[in-house]
Every structure is written in C-alpha cells, then in structure tokens.
Design a protein around this ligand. Structure first.
Ligand SMILES: NC(=O)c1ncn([C@@H]2O[C@H](COP(=O)(O)O)[C@@H](O)[C@H]2O)c1NC=O
Length: 190
C-alpha cells in the first residue's frame, strides 16, 4: 500500500517518513537544531516547498514534526507560548492542503508535556491529543489512527517507520524526549 508521507506521534516520541513516487532522491540532514528534507544531490537543490522543508524543529520542551513548510509557523507559535493544539490548528488552516494534483494533506505533530497530532485535508481539519502511538498519512490513512508501529527511542522510531510495510520509503526521522530536551535520529537508508 502507498500512503505517502506519514508520521507517528508517541506520546513521548515521534517519527516521520518520507515516502515518494515522484521525488525519491531525497534525504534528511541536520542543520543547526532542526532536521531538513533535501535532494540527495546538492546539484538538485530546490526551492519547491513540497520537496525541501524542515520536518523536525524543537522548541524548548516541545518538538514539531511535519511534512512541509507548516513545520516552521507551528514552531514559531510554540515559541510564542501557544498551546500545541492552537499552534497546529492555526498553522494547518492558514497554509491549508497542498495545491498539487492530489490535494495532498498537510500532517503534523507536537511532542511535549501534551502531545498532539493534526492534519488538514480538502474536506477537513483534525487536531487531537495523542495518548497512544498514533499514525496519520497523506494518503489512505489520512485520519489519525492507533498504530502497532513501536517507536521507543529516536533511532528506534526512525528505523521503525523507515522499515514499515508501506511502499516507496525514502528517508525518515525520529525524535524522543530526553531530559528537558530531545534527541533526534535520521534514517536515510544508506
Ligand atoms: N512533503 C513531501 O515530502 C512531499 N513529497 C511530495 N509531495 C507532494 O505530493 C505529490 C505526490 O507525490 P508522490 O507521488 O511522491 O507521493 C507531489 O506532487 C508533491 O506535490 C509532498 N508534499 C506533501 O507531503
């Protein structure tokens, strides 16, 4: 089954996987405090926000995971003190679903003292608190649902979603709460 990009939120860990048919030559890199999806070949550097974007951004005791440029305004709202629910709902609704051939939804999660998951689709906006491992994807599984995928550390989370039995894995990231902050891990399949 192809479900496109997907994320799993913990509640104390999170993982994000890029699956892609159209832009498979991508990887995740660490830049400053954040993780960014970029083309594998630097010569293919792009300003297409559907191809290259920050997918993980920590903010104090919370961390944002997302499949596009909405990761940044969510993080900025958290830094201003917004509750996770509000930062997700406002940013997802402001940017809305992607204006591509598939009306691709935006998906995002926040891990922190309270953890949330959200998605905005052409037909709806869902933002809800997470109390058990919860998956949401761009296609097919496009409403948050409980998942059996086990994400128990940053590296474990990245590996688990990368290896999950959905088609066209490209790269993955994992985050886990550690002390007052977070540890992160990248799985680029190489
Ligand atoms: N975030 C991403 O990494 C990403 N990769 C591809 N997309 C969008 O989704 C469309 C379908 O891509 P694909 O066939 O690779 O699943 C692309 O045309 C692009 O508009 C993305 N947008 C949202 O998921």
């Amino acid at each position: 089954m192809y479900i496109g990009r997907f994320l799993v939120v913990g509640p104390d860990t999170a993982a994000y996987r890029v699956s892609s048919r159209s832009f498979p030559n991508r990887q995740i890199i660490e830049r400053d405090d954040r993780l960014t999806v970029v083309p594998t070949d630097a010569a293919d550097e792009t300003d297409n926000p559907y191809v290259s974007y920050n997918c993980v951004r920590p903010v104090d005791d919370r961390v944002v995971v997302g499949n596009g440029s909405h990761t940044d305004p969510i993080a900025e709202k958290l830094a201003l003190g917004y509750p996770a629910r509000d930062a997700l709902a406002l940013s997802l609704l402001a940017l809305d679903f992607e204006k591509d051939d598939y009306d691709t939804p935006r998906i995002a999660g926040v891990v922190g003292p309270e953890s949330f998951v959200g998605t905005v689709r052409r037909d709806g906006l869902v933002v809800e608190e997470v109390t058990e491992p919860t998956l949401v994807a761009t296609y097919e599984k496009d409403s948050p649902e409980p998942t059996e995928i086990t994400i128990e550390s940053a590296a474990g989370a990245a590996n688990a979603v990368y290896d999950a039995d959905f088609e066209h894995a490209v790269c993955a990231a994992g985050v886990a709460r550690a002390g007052n902050g977070f540890e992160t891990a990248i799985e680029n399949g190489d």
